[in-house]
Ligand binder design. Structure first.
Ligand code: NAD
Length: 318
């Protein structure tokens, strides 16, 4: 895939997620410059060196820069924020909120001073709550400061369905929406494999996607992060790839439909809460949140997600 010439991706936080995003972006040629910044300067500098040492073999020649000086992000077109505390085994994403909101309060003004024209993508959890906090701190339009939301969860969903159906993951059209967390859910009513509604998909004459099977799959997606974190302490590769995909949609003005999380303004009767819905991502950020058809059960789930996030925001005084 071609690079966008002159495009700069800045990644804040050179931990598991930030470095996996950098690695994915370099291999995919997502940007011409990838800059890392972390308060742990020694770690950031070492990560930059290690990544730079591999650029002979990446998709296209790209510059890798950065370290412990925030000036590394100067003039970035896209800033992805991965800085902050991560989930401990068994901890929910909402448990992290207070610590990471405080980090953002200090960080956002500094980032804006160095990259005033960037689009900001939050990955740090709980990403929906932090999106509202960051939007309020920065005063940026919601379209320019959003989170990766359920882009990762949607990839997990499609992978599970594709494996079961025996088709390519790119032929599965289904989305997780709502909170990037315990109240997220799939929009089954619109899900298809190729053009076939998911509930009608047949294997050897039988409809394999029964209501029970679909409910189990939704649960498996929701619990996926807990499983990975229990085994290896973090999730990083799939979120790195998901982040790189979002960056490409922005830098290449793709107008790609991705389930990112934006502060809503009346969609489905929800305002002031950020949650994920299929949205058009392109030049300048989120160009539209789509009015995706949902059945009554799905609408109820969406409002349950919004209420949960609203309560978390209220607890934090946001
Ligand atoms: P990590 O601990 O490996 O890395 C976090 C990094 O942030 C550390 O290197 C730390 O030094 C740095 N940092 C802390 N405060 C900073 C500041 N003020 N400025 C710059 N850097 C700072 O954690 P991780 O595994 O990379 O996870 C990062 C975050 O991403 C966590 O909140 C995690 O829950 C979240 N995450 C989100 C998703 C998603 O889909 N949204 C997926 C995976 C992880």
């Amino acid at each position: 895939m071609p690079q966008n010439p002159g495009s700069k991706l800045a990644i804040v936080g050179a931990g598991s997620v930030g470095t996996s995003l950098a690695y994915a972006a370099l291999i995919r040629g997502s940007a011409s410059t990838v800059a890392l910044f972390d308060v742990n300067a020694a770690k950031a500098e070492a990560e930059v060196l290690d990544l730079a040492h591999g650029t002979q073999f990446t998709a296209a020649a790209a510059t890798v820069a950065g370290g412990g000086d925030i000036a590394a992000i100067d003039g970035a077109d896209v800033v992805v924020i991965t800085a902050g505390a991560k989930q401990a085994p068994g901890q929910t994403r909402l448990d992290l909120a207070g610590t990471n909101v405080r980090i953002l309060e200090k960080l956002m003004p500094q980032l804006l001073a160095h990259a005033p024209d960037a689009v900001y993508v939050l990955v740090t959890n709980p990403c929906d709550v932090l999106t509202v906090a960051a939007q309020q701190i920065s005063g940026l339009a919601p379209a320019r400061i959003f989170s990766s939301g359920t882009v990762l969860d949607t990839s997990r969903l499609r992978w599970l369905l594709a494996r079961q159906a025996g088709v390519s993951v790119t032929s599965v059209h289904a989305s997780m929406v709502g909170e990037h967390g315990d109240t997220e859910f799939p929009i089954w009513s619109g899900a298809t494999i190729g053009p076939v509604p998911i509930r009608q998909w047949m294997v050897e004459g039988a409809r394999i996607f029964s209501p029970e099977y679909l409910a189990g799959t939704a649960r498996e997606v929701m619990q996926a992060a807990y499983k990975v974190i229990a085994g290896k302490g973090a999730t990083n590769y799939a979120i790195g790839l998901s982040g790189a995909r979002i960056v490409e949609a922005l830098l290449r003005s793709e107008n790609a439909v991705l389930p990112v999380s934006t502060v809503l303004d009346g969609q489905y009767g929800i305002s002031g809460v950020a949650l994920s819905l299929p949205s058009i991502v392109g030049n300048g950020g989120v160009r539209a949140v789509l009015d995706t058809p949902m059945n009554d059960g799905e609408l109820a789930s969406l409002h349950h997600s919004a209420d949960t996030l609203q309560q978390a925001l209220a607890t934090l005084g946001i």
